[in-house]
Design a protein around this ligand. Structure first.
Ligand code: CP
Length: 331
C-alpha cells in the first residue's frame, strides 16, 4: 500500500477520486476508503428498499446492463437484476446454459458479441479465476465481477461488510472467524481482503485439506480446531462445502465434517455471547451449519445479507456508471 492509500476508511476524497476504478474486479484493487465509499452509498438504498417502492430513481434510465452468468446463481443474479431495475436501467440476463456458449463459442467471442450490442455495464460470473478480468480487458463498458472461480466475489464481501457494520456499529477492530471450505471459496478470499484491510482480526478455520497454502501472507491466523478458532469471535462466518469443485477426497464424510466443523448451538457458545452468524448461501443445512443456528432470528444475519446485496449492487452500478453518465466530478 502506498502512502497515498493510507487514509482513514471514513475519509474519502471528493468526486471521482473517491472510487477511481473503471471496473470492479476484486477487493484486492480497493483502498479502505473506496470500500467505505461503497458502503456509505449503499446505506441510502437500504431504507428506500425497505420502503417498498418498485423503482426509486431513474438515474440509470436509458442504460442497458447485461448480466452474463456462466455459472449458476440465485442471490447474485437476481439482486443485480433488481438493483439495475430499481435504478431505472434496462437489464438483460444471459444464462450460459441457453446461449451459444453451448455451441462452443469462446469466452472472448461471447464478450465481444455482448460488447457489440453496446451494453453500458456488464456483470459477469464465470467458473474460471481471471475470466472476468479477461473480459474487462476486451470490452468498452464497466465490468463487475459476480464471482470468478476461486478468485474473488467482491460484491459479496461488500455486502458482508455492510451487514457487519449495521449489526455491530462498526467494521473494524472485530474478530471474524471464517470457517469451512476456504480452499474453494472466492467469498472467503474477498472477505479476508476486505476485513483485514478495514482493520479486523481475521481467523481462518478449516481442515488442513481445505486450508489454502500461504495463508499467513493474507494476514490471517489459521486454525484447524473449530472450537479454538471461533473462541471469543464477534462474527462467525460459515462457508458452503463446495462439493462441485472437489475432484478428490478432501473429507472422510459429510457426517464427520459436521462433527468437527459444523456450527451447532453448543459450538457457537465458544464465540462471544453477542456474536453474529453469517453465511453467503446457498447453505448445506446439517453439514456446515445446523438449521437452529441458521434460522436464529437474533444471531443469524443470513437473510439480512441477501437484503444488503441489493443495496450494495445498486451502489456499485450507480458508482461504476457515473463516468459514462457524465456525473459532475466524475471525468
Ligand atoms: N452468495 C452467492 O453468491 O450466492 P449465489 O450463488 O446464489 O449467487
Amino acid at each position: 500500500m502506498t502512502s497515498a492509500n493510507i487514509r482513514p476508511a471514513s475519509d474519502y476524497p471528493p468526486g471521482g477520486d473517491a472510487f477511481r476504478h473503471r471496473h470492479l474486479i476484486g477487493i484486492a484493487q480497493l483502498t479502505p476508503w473506496e470500500i467505505s465509499y461503497v458502503l456509505d452509498a449503499a446505506e441510502q438504498w437500504v431504507d428506500l428498499n425497505r420502503a417498498g417502492a418498485a423503482k426509486h430513481d431513474d438515474q440509470l434510465a436509458g442504460l442497458t446492463i447485461i448480466n452474463a452468468f456462466f455459472e449458476n446463481s440465485t442471490r447474485t443474479l437476481l439482486s443485480f437484476e433488481i438493483a439495475g431495475k430499481r435504478l431505472g436501467a434496462d437489464v438483460v440476463n444471459m444464462h450460459a446454459a441457453q446461449s451459444s456458449v453451448k455451441k462452443g463459442e469462446t469466452l472472448i467471442d461471447t464478450a465481444m458479441t455482448l460488447n457489440a450490442m453496446r451494453a453500458d455495464a456488464m456483470v459477469i460470473r464465470h467458473g474460471s479465476s481471471g475470466a472476468v478480468q479477461l473480459i474487462a480487458d476486451k470490452v468498452d463498458c464497466p465490468v463487475l465481477n459476480a464471482g470468478d472461480g476461486r478468485h474473488e466475489h467482491p460484491t459479496q464481501a461488500l455486502l458482508d461488510a455492510l451487514t457487519i457494520r449495521r449489526r455491530k456499529g462498526k467494521v473494524e477492530g472485530l474478530t471474524v472467524a471464517i470457517c469451512g471450505d476456504v480452499l474453494h471459496s472466492r467469498v472467503a478470499r474477498s472477505n479476508i481482503l476486505a476485513l483485514t484491510l478495514l482493520g479486523n482480526e481475521v481467523r481462518v478455520v478449516a481442515p488442513p485439506t481445505l486450508t489454502p497454502p500461504a495463508m499467513e501472507r493474507m494476514h490471517v491466523t489459521t486454525f484447524t480446531d473449530m472450537d479454538e478458532g471461533i473462541r471469543d469471535a464477534d462474527v462467525v462466518m460459515m462457508l458452503r462445502l463446495q462439493n462441485e469443485r472437489m475432484d478428490g477426497a478432501y473429507l472422510p464424510s459429510a457426517r464427520e465434517y459436521h462433527a468437527l466443523y459444523g456450527l451447532t448451538p453448543k459450538r457457537l457458545e465458544k464465540a462471544k455471547p453477542d456474536a453474529i452468524v453469517m453465511h453467503p448461501g446457498p447453505m448445506n443445512r446439517g453439514v456446515e451449519i445446523d438449521s437452529i443456528v441458521a434460522d436464529d432470528p437474533v444471531r443469524s444475519t443470513i437473510t439480512e445479507q441477501v437484503e444488503m446485496g441489493v443495496a450494495v449492487r445498486m451502489a456499485c452500478l450507480d458508482i461504476l456508471t457515473r463516468r459514462k453518465r457524465g456525473v459532475a466530478g466524475w471525468n
